[in-house]
Design a protein around this ligand. Structure first.
Ligand SMILES: C[S@@+](CC[C@H](N)C(=O)[O-])C[C@H]1O[C@@H](n2cnc3c(N)ncnc32)[C@H](O)[C@@H]1O
Length: 181
């Protein structure tokens, strides 16, 4: 990370608390925990606990001394129709035409993130032409939205099927090939 860069990490209650502890132990300073409230969550079919309708995004700088990070507060205030820019984002799960599917109409990736989620992350915490790094790219939503919003990006993904899906996604939307190693 560059000195004034910020980092976003998303997770569920299964992992985000552990990740938060590790980040704090490493000296990261958490600026916000954003609650992504899913308007269409997967029900808890067994009925043995509450339906989990949230994920948490931790937004952090490398240490507490860093003050010159990007925060586009006017954009943050435009979400949810409010004026405060609160840390709860109400966004549906990725469904419909946005969801990438194979020839058998099956979902290509189980946790493809909604474009709106990445739009908010990128618009609030980066400027045009900034470089965004996503080392766990999945279907490439981060790079996809970075390109749409005139940011640069680098992505890593270990699963070849997902990499192929990213390339196809870019060809379909932007008519452009990615440089892929
Ligand atoms: C939660 S998914 C990302 C979903 C993505 N944001 C999207 O919208 O599709 C995490 C991804 O990280 C990949 N991954 C896990 N460990 C990795 C590693 N060590 N290097 C590269 N990719 C990894 C997994 O294959 C998975 O696709």
């Amino acid at each position: 990370m560059k000195p004034n860069a910020t980092i976003w990490i998303i997770g569920t209650y299964h992992n985000i608390h552990r990740i938060g502890k590790i980040m704090l132990d490493l000296g990261f300073w958490i600026l916000n925990d954003i609650i992504w409230f899913k308007t269409n969550p997967m029900p808890n079919f067994l009925g043995v606990r509450f339906t989990n309708a949230t994920e948490t995004l931790l937004w952090a700088v490398k240490d507490k001394k860093i003050k010159k990070y990007t925060f586009n507060k006017e954009i943050a205030r435009s979400f949810n129709g409010g004026k405060l820019g609160i840390n709860v984002w109400q966004i549906p799960l990725c469904t419909g035409r946005e969801r990438l599917r194979n020839e058998k109409k099956e979902k290509i990736h189980s946790t493809q993130k909604p474009q709106e989620l990445l739009r908010r992350v990128i618009l609030t915490s980066t400027k045009e032409n900034d470089v965004i790094f996503d080392p766990m790219a999945g279907t490439g939503t981060t790079g996809f939205m970075a390109k749409k919003l005139n940011r640069k990006f680098v992505m890593i993904e270990k699963n070849k099927d997902y990499v192929d899906a990213i390339v196809k996604r870019f060809e379909t939307e932007f008519n452009s090939l990615l440089f892929k190693t």
